[in-house]
Design a protein around this ligand. Sequence first.
Ligand SMILES: Cc1cc2nc3c(=O)[nH]c(=O)nc-3n(C[C@H](O)[C@H](O)[C@H](O)COP(=O)(O)O)c2cc1C
Length: 211
Amino acid sequence: MLHFHLGKDLFIQQAREPPGLLCLLEVTEGNRVSLYGNASLTGTETTFERDEIIVSKTDVTGKLIYGNRLFFKMAELSEKECIGQQHNIVRHPEMPRTVFDLLWETIKSGKEIFAYVNNRSKTGNNYWVYAHVTPSFDRDGTITGYHSNRRKPERKIVDERIIPLYRDLLKTEQAAASPKQALRDGRKVIQDILSDSRMGFNQLMFSLGGG
Ligand SMILES: Cc1cc2nc3c(=O)[nH]c(=O)nc-3n(C[C@H](O)[C@H](O)[C@H](O)COP(=O)(O)O)c2cc1C
């Protein structure tokens, strides 16, 4: 496995500061969070087996057109509740916007991306995934939609690398004066890590290990 410098400060900051919450939140009840009308977070993490894959497909706008059985099970949603909805139906409020901004920029440009994502179920539980998201093309090379396969990530990588990185990104986003600036600042955090490690984003994700 390649080694790179995630920045000691990320870990120091994590120890000093509690995780923040995104400015996108609709309702807050104490430290519980509701988003898109979904239930507050329960703090309970659920998981799936190493040989299982969570699959979903969307149209070009990110609207769900397919989910496999495990997708619905983990989301605690029925097929009826999901299909036709935006994929952010499983968005977790503590996921940095920067990650999704990068995801969409990458797949819209016709490329694939690998990313660790924390998702939220209907009842407010959360589940971490290691996601591969890729465009689907027609014969002319036009993007017709997107497809994602997700595996169970390595616990140690999520705990030691991803959670500190995402907390740092969230904090950076929250400190920004505007939503646009939040994404610019978030990108800079990622860019600095990539420059230090001399890797692209997918390489960085691979270097951590896919689980
Ligand atoms: C194929 C595909 C799979 C996606 N998978 C997820 C996912 O598992 N969790 C998630 O929160 N967003 C996922 N997204 C990104 C969402 O479309 C959305 O950008 C994200 O939830 C942020 O929502 P927001 O922009 O409303 O904050 C996926 C997008 C695509 C195209």
